[in-house]
Design a protein around this ligand. Structure first.
Ligand SMILES: Cc1cc2nc3c(=O)[nH]c(=O)nc-3n(C[C@H](O)[C@H](O)[C@H](O)COP(=O)(O)OP(=O)(O)OC[C@H]3O[C@@H](n4cnc5c(N)ncnc54)[C@H](O)[C@@H]3O)c2cc1C
Length: 393
């Protein structure tokens, strides 16, 4: 049976995480939003004060009734992420590239690189949503792959230790020829081209790279399969499956940010005597109360789709459709809910007096990376209608 209730121990973990996040919000969040050019230190000075959270997390699996790990991760993200965004106390070796390594890498490759922070480099100046159109090439020369191309919008491109680079072995062979390669930082031929300046999630660095005759060892091909597969098979499908695990996480992050904004809004409106009286019918409610209800409904519905996708993954069931639904609802809640939160505070909503405007800016990305809203609509439609990507593109 699907059950998202949590036991006492898990609640304590959430409460402690919330205290830690409150400290991060108060001390660091606005600073790194304003000082986008600065990179976070590998570990914040307060890390030692929160060491007790690690054993509490490790204890979870041993207690009765603990929520399954994926679902709990989403709960933590929605309930505690808030404006903190990607500010963690400690450096965590976990980027989108690590998810690809887990999904595609051999056991040896996972052991070799799994402990390092890896970014994912798919997007290029001429291709974003249509990732099978990538132009970066890889060819074998002796015992080395030689990579050439350009990659843009690489999350954590500056901070990461290495990149998972998507490249084609033969452009005429379509997606069956697309492979991914580990390219470690410092490899000759991998050049940092620029760091982006962004509207939101400014604490998360985003970089562009040029690969110019960049040579990596033959064993850096993820999964190790060198042959070009038939058009519909091969590594590409597996690579795309990486996102089934990460899309609910993106939805959860955006939902968490808007939930954080809504808590501020609710507290501020309460000071002015505006609260939702759930006993009253709609005819007696003010426009503000109606907007508050709308905001809460968006957050709740988005959270439920996220938990559903994570619960399926935890239970070893397919979740391609549900992952995209969660990502989509998270994107909607971020765009519409974020705007509602800002509107509800009136002019104050766009000042730096509160973190609401920052939550709104930060959450905007939810609907862009790891598949835009439109692309996730396509995935949902294909799954519901049993269409392939060639039937509906
Ligand atoms: C902050 C940030 C971090 C990022 N991090 C990474 C990363 O770590 N690694 C990485 O590889 N990429 C990353 N990206 C890139 C991101 O994944 C792409 O921006 C995204 O895939 C969209 O691609 P595009 O920008 O080229 O837009 P396009 O694909 O050009 O799309 C433009 C618009 O057209 C719509 N559209 C496109 N195709 C269709 C269609 N078939 N039907 C209907 N509408 C369509 C899109 O939804 C969008 O609204 C990041 C981007 C940002 C902004």
């Amino acid at each position: 049976m699907v059950d998202f209730s949590i036991n006492e121990h898990d609640q304590k973990v959430l409460d402690e995480t919330n205290l830690m996040k409150k400290m991060i919000d108060e001390k660091y969040v606005r600073y790194y939003d304003i000082h986008e050019e600065e990179l976070l230190p590998p570990e914040l000075p307060e890390a030692n004060d929160w060491k007790h959270l690690e054993p509490m997390l490790a204890e979870r699996g041993k207690k009765d009734g603990t929520t399954k790990p994926g679902t709990f991760g989403m709960l933590r993200s929605i309930e505690c992420t808030g404006s903190t965004g990607t500010i963690a106390l400690r450096a965590i070796a976990g980027g989108l590239g690590n998810a690809a390594l887990r999904a595609q890498g051999t056991k040896e490759q996972q052991e070799k690189w799994g402990h390092l922070g890896l970014a994912m480099a798919i997007t290029e100046p001429s291709c974003g949503s249509d990732s099978k159109a990538i132009e970066t090439t890889a060819h074998l020369d002796g015992d080395e792959w030689v990579l050439n191309g350009e990659k843009i919008f690489v999350t954590s491109g500056i901070k990461c230790k290495g990149l998972v680079v998507w490249a084609t072995l033969d452009r005429s062979k379509g997606r069956g020829a697309i492979k991914s390669f580990i390219v470690m930082k410092g490899t000759p031929g991998l050049e940092l081209a620029k760091k982006e300046h962004k509207l939101g999630i400014r604490v998360s660095d985003t970089a562009a790279f040029v690969l110019k005759d960049c040579r990596v060892p033959r064993e850096n091909l993820l999964g190790g399969k060198e042959e070009i597969a038939a058009e519909k098979g091969g590594d590409f499908k597996g690579l795309m499956a990486t996102f089934n695990m990460t899309r609910p996480g993106v939805g959860a992050g955006g939902t968490g940010m808007i939930k954080h904004a809504s808590k501020i809004v609710i507290a501020e409106l309460k000071k002015e005597g505006v609260e939702v009286d759930w006993e009253q019918g709609p005819a007696k409610r003010s426009a503000l109360q109606e907007k508050l209800i709308d905001l809460e409904a968006q957050i709740e519905s988005s959270a439920l789709t996220v938990y559903c996708a994570a619960w399926l993954a935890d239970s070893g069931k397919p979740n391609n459709l549900e992952s995209s639904v969660a990502k989509n609802k998270g994107g909607d809640a971020s765009r519409h809910g974020g705007l509602l939160a800002v509107e509800l505070l009136g002019a104050v909503g766009i000042t730096e007096d509160h973190l609401v405007e920052k939550d709104w800016r930060d959450a905007r990305i939810t609907d862009i990376y790891e598949g835009t809203g439109e692309i996730n609509h396509l995935i949902i439609a294909r799954a519901l209608l049993n269409y392939t990507s060639s039937d509906l593109m």
